[in-house]
Design a protein around this ligand. Structure first.
Ligand code: NAD
Length: 367
């Protein structure tokens, strides 16, 4: 997940910001520093053509600033395309706070971060990501309205993970329809890697549909809990990539489809919640395609979470959240068919549709 592709020594050889490999015409990159609270954060605003840049804040113990910068550039770009392809009027942004969320996160630091968000006057709207909790968003809300994912009793839309899982399930069903001719997942073997908030909810959908679910996680407690709750099989082998399976669902870290794993993957479909699953989009997307493995683009099928927080801004309720999330099925199918017809990768097909939407709006805005 965190700068797993580019080493920090490679990163430091290029120009500090605009020369970064992950720099992709980002509109604004804001470095935030506060001596008293120890806050060191970077806000990346990739694109605001469709609307304000919305994306979560991640607190992570980056080994250096290059990693933090690379992460915020990659993640904010991903948010632009996620919102664009989902049909939301939002741009792409993300923030990273450098530090250990367990030991260095204080209410004062979160509020100071909120002040920096506020200083951007709504161009960037923050939300929860790794290392953050709903209570942290509540603290940010004390100093700025430009935050989503606050507690339900404070008017927020609540935990996005079950909706994210439902969207992933929809995307997976569409991929099955494309690959197997039927979207029924009964008796299909599905390996869920990472059974945290999203993974567990995904397991529930899969088990309810009668899929044969195998789970892996680095946490033995979670494995025991999810296995006993849903009757999923705990994986005991050494290399899940080389296992025979119908569907591989990465729901833990990004970049698990990389030079090391790509040739071992035996799954017929890859569809999961993790962000940035392809270590190198072009290279590994192409290799999956060549091997006949259907890849449901991550930024499309894991968009349930952003649909959920967008509800807070647009004041729509549960039925509309579900409708928009179910539509991930149609969009996924459309993209898989487009990729096949035009002989490009599914990731490229999804990017093209997202970029077209941004370009169209740009022209409309210029009129
Ligand atoms: P989480 O932290 O609740 O769960 C992640 C799980 O993965 C944990 O149980 C952890 O023990 C496990 N894990 C970590 N390293 C692992 C490894 N090497 N092998 C197997 N398991 C491992 O996170 P989450 O909220 O469930 O999110 C899962 C993924 O989906 C993340 O990549 C996240 O960025 C992405 N995502 C989440 C949402 C959301 O709404 N929560 C939305 C979009 C994308």
């Amino acid at each position: 997940m965190i700068s797993d592709v580019i080493s920090s020594s490679e990163l430091s050889k290029v120009d500090p910001v605009f020369g970064q490999l992950s720099f992709d015409n980002h509109e604004q990159v804001v470095f935030c520093n506060d001596k008293d609270t120890g806050l060191k954060a970077i806000i990346g605003i990739h694109n605001t053509v469709l609307g304000p840049a919305l994306g979560g804040t991640r607190m992570w113990n980056y080994s250096n600033e290059w990693e933090a910068l690379n992460d915020v550039l990659r993640l904010s770009r991903g948010m632009t395309y996620k919102s664009a392809i989902t049909g939301l009027n939002l741009g792409g942004g993300k923030a990273v706070i450098i530090g250990d969320a367990k030991t260095q996160k204080t209410p004062e630091l979160m509020k100071k971060f909120g002040e920096f968000v506020h200083s951007l006057s709504g161009k960037y709207i923050t939300a929860e990501d790794v290392g953050m909790a709903t209570s942290d968003m509540d603290l940010v809300r004390e100093v700025t309205p430009y935050v989503t994912g606050i507690s339900e009793d404070k008017g927020g839309a609540g935990n996005p993970s079950p909706i994210t899982a439902y969207g992933v399930f929809m995307g997976m069903k569409a991929a099955a329809k494309f690959k197997f001719g039927s979207d029924v997942l009964e008796d299909k073997s599905v390996f869920v890697q990472g059974i945290g908030n999203v993974g567990e909810a995904l397991v529930e959908h899969l088990v309810n549909e009668g899929a044969k679910v195998t789970i892996t996680d680095i946490s033995p407690e979670r494995l025991e809990m999810v296995s006993s709750k849903y009757g999923a099989t705990i994986y005991t082998g050494k290399d899940i990539y080389s296992e025979e399976m119908d569907i591989y669902a990465p729901c833990a870290l990004g970049a698990t489809i990389n030079d090391d794993t790509i040739n071992r993957i035996k799954a017929k479909i890859v569809a999961g919640a993790a962000n940035n699953q392809l270590a190198e989009e072009q290279v590994h997307g192409k290799l999956l395609q060549e091997r006949g493995i259907v890849y449901a683009p991550d930024f499309l099928i894991n968009a349930g979470g952003i649909i959920n927080v967008y509800a807070e801004l647009e004041n729509y309720g549960r039925p509309e959240i579900i409708r928009k999330t179910e539509n991930i099925y149609n969009t996924t199918l459309e993209i898989l068919e487009k990729a096949q017809a035009t002989q490009i990768t599914t990731h490229e097909a999804a990017l093209e549709i997202a970029q077209e939407r941004i370009e169209t709006r740009k022209k409309e805005n210029a009129k």
